[in-house]
Design a protein around this ligand. Structure first.
Ligand code: MG
Length: 260
């Protein structure tokens, strides 16, 4: 079921968006060569406790999950791109890290993800990250009342294709509200002018993610982490965006913290 939020409800979602933005900005700033993925999860958990927020991940147990997730942060490194279950791993020079974080504040959820390289970056990794960021910007630009879900999908896909990346449509954007995952699904490829009509009050997590040389995923033995089938690296950019009469509002924007 697709739910539309009133302007007052969208205002009430802002603290969740700000909190998620702060957590990702903090974690990104503190992630260095040598940082352990379990330490990042503990840091996120500490910020959740201090803020009186609720994790959307720790008890998350969908049909495809082997067991409840048990952590509060997704840490996907190199060939892992989505749902990375934190494990005892110290980041190495040149690792491509994707952090995906969702939490509820005052009963409203925000969901966001960021990719970056620790230490010395390879040009191809920076290009891949840049493409996901530009695809996200294109998705946000298309998130206007009067457009349709397919306009967002087509905008994302056009950026990916222009840069030579393949697109997997199994996992994509989604409605966000009282829970992390709601309707509609927003695939990262689709036809402009098709699909559910976008209306003011719709709040969506938009999340382009691409792999360097494949569109196929395999599930890690941990039952959660999704990796590229060919070992190539992946990147992921996500924001929670409210469609309003005045255009899209990026609830998880990190700009107020002076970071992108
Ligand atoms: Mg997310």
């Amino acid at each position: 079921m697709i739910e539309l939020r009133t302007p007052a409800e969208i205002e009430a979602m802002r603290p969740a968006g700000r909190f998620v933005a702060e957590v990702l900005a903090t974690l990104r700033d503190e992630t260095k060569v040598g940082t352990n993925l379990l330490a990042l999860d503990r840091r996120a958990h500490e910020m959740i406790r201090r803020a009186g927020a609720q994790s959307c991940y720790i008890d998350y147990h969908p049909s495809f999950g082997a067991s409840p997730f048990g952590k509060v942060l997704c840490t996907s490194v190199n060939d892992a791109v989505l749902h990375g279950l934190p494990f005892d791993y110290a980041l190495r020079d040149g690792d491509l890290v994707s952090l995906d974080f969702a939490a509820a504040v005052d009963g409203w959820v925000a969901d966001s993800a960021v990719s970056f390289v620790v230490g010395t970056a390879r040009d191809e990794d920076l290009s891949l990250i840049d493409t996901t960021q530009r695809a996200l910007a294109a998705a946000i630009d298309a998130a206007h009342a009067g457009n349709r879900v397919g306009d967002i999908s087509a905008a994302v896909a056009a950026v990916a294709r222009a840069d030579g990346y393949l697109i997997n449509t199994d996992f994509g954007g989604h409605g966000v509200g009282r829970t992390m995952h709601g309707d509609p699904h927003v695939p990262n490829d689709g036809k402009a002018g098709r699909g559910y009509p976008l209306r003011a009050g719709l709040v969506l997590a938009l999340e382009p993610w691409f792999l360097a040389t494949t569109d196929e995923l395999i599930t890690d033995p941990d039952g959660w982490t999704l990796r590229s089938a060919d070992g190539s690296r992946g990147a992921h950019s996500e924001h929670t965006v409210a469609i309003t009469e005045d255009g899209p509002v990026v609830l998880t924007d990190r700009g107020f913290l002076g970071v992108d």
